[in-house]
Design a protein around this ligand. Structure first.
Ligand SMILES: *[C@@H]1O[C@H](CO)[C@@H](O)[C@H](O)[C@H]1NC(C)=O
Ligand SMILES: *[C@@H]1O[C@H](CO)[C@@H](O)[C@H](O)[C@H]1NC(C)=O
Ligand SMILES: *[C@@H]1O[C@H](CO)[C@@H](O)[C@H](O)[C@H]1NC(C)=O
Ligand SMILES: *[C@@H]1O[C@H](CO)[C@@H](O)[C@H](O)[C@H]1NC(C)=O
Length: 198
């Protein structure tokens, strides 16, 4: 019995490792800066079992405003149940989010280590769009995944400590160090961001 369970644990570990290495190799293979199709994003747990291979749906969640511009972060639909921007495009390394009317005045900005996957919306002003996004297609797996500078494995989902804070996508959470920060790394779970075609 002991041998059996040790064997199956080892097999499990081996399966996890081979998944991990397959993913890592894929990152080196192809990071595509433009996709011909529109899509949504979904977060897949990389360390814990998922209920399906698509992951939890993500939307653009509110993150404040200035005169003439609003800011959004990428949140789970479960924590921000409004889908004001039902689809996204990737063109030349930049992400755009669209209203259901088909209009886009929303770009993802440049992602910072320890920061959210953020967006800026305005019909008057321009926030410099980020240009380092790409889609990486793993050899196995149903979907391409979102990368920054070709990195597919730097994303986490973190609950914000702010009042009514959303569960948000953070890049390179190891940079979040301050005790006053909005996120606590130990509260986060590592995810990959599936690109789900519409
Ligand atoms: C990851 O798994 C944990 C534990 O099952 C769960 O609480 C969390 O919501 C999951 N997150 C995602 C993005 O699937
Ligand atoms: C996948 O599971 C998540 C919960 O973990 C759920 O929110 C989502 O709707 C499911 N997606 C599909 C395509 O079944
Ligand atoms: C979004 O990017 C486009 C270029 O693709 C630019 O013309 C527009 O001003 C940008 N909008 C915002 C809000 O940054
Ligand atoms: C992630 O953050 C750590 C700590 O700030 C930094 O050393 C590292 O270069 C960052 N990695 C990426 C890929 O941005």
């Amino acid at each position: 019995m002991f041998v059996m369970s040790a064997m199956s644990s080892m097999f499990f570990l081996f399966s996890l490792l081979s998944l991990f290495f397959t993913g890592t190799e894929a990152a080196a293979v192809s990071a595509i800066p433009t996709l011909s199709y529109k899509f949504t994003l979904a977060a897949l747990n990389t360390s814990l079992p998922n209920t399906n291979d698509t992951g939890v749906p993500l939307v653009l969640g509110q993150n404040g405003a200035t005169d003439g511009m609003t800011f959004e972060v990428t949140s789970t639909y479960a924590s921000y149940p409004y889908n004001d921007y039902p689809y996204i495009s990737l063109n030349g390394g930049s992400l755009k989010a669209y209203r259901s009317s088909g209009i886009s005045i929303t770009n993802a900005t440049t992602v910072q280590s320890g920061g959210e996957l953020e967006w800026a919306t305005s019909s008057f002003y321009s926030a410099t769009p980020g240009t380092s996004y790409s889609a990486v297609t793993p050899p196995s797996g149903k979907y391409a995944v979102l990368a920054v500078f070709g990195n597919v494995d730097m994303w986490s989902l973190c609950p914000s400590r702010a009042f009514r804070g959303q569960n948000n996508v953070i890049y390179n959470v190891s940079t979040v160090a301050s005790p006053y920060a909005s996120y606590i790394p130990s509260d986060c779970c590592k995810v990959t961001l599936n690109i789900v075609p519409l």
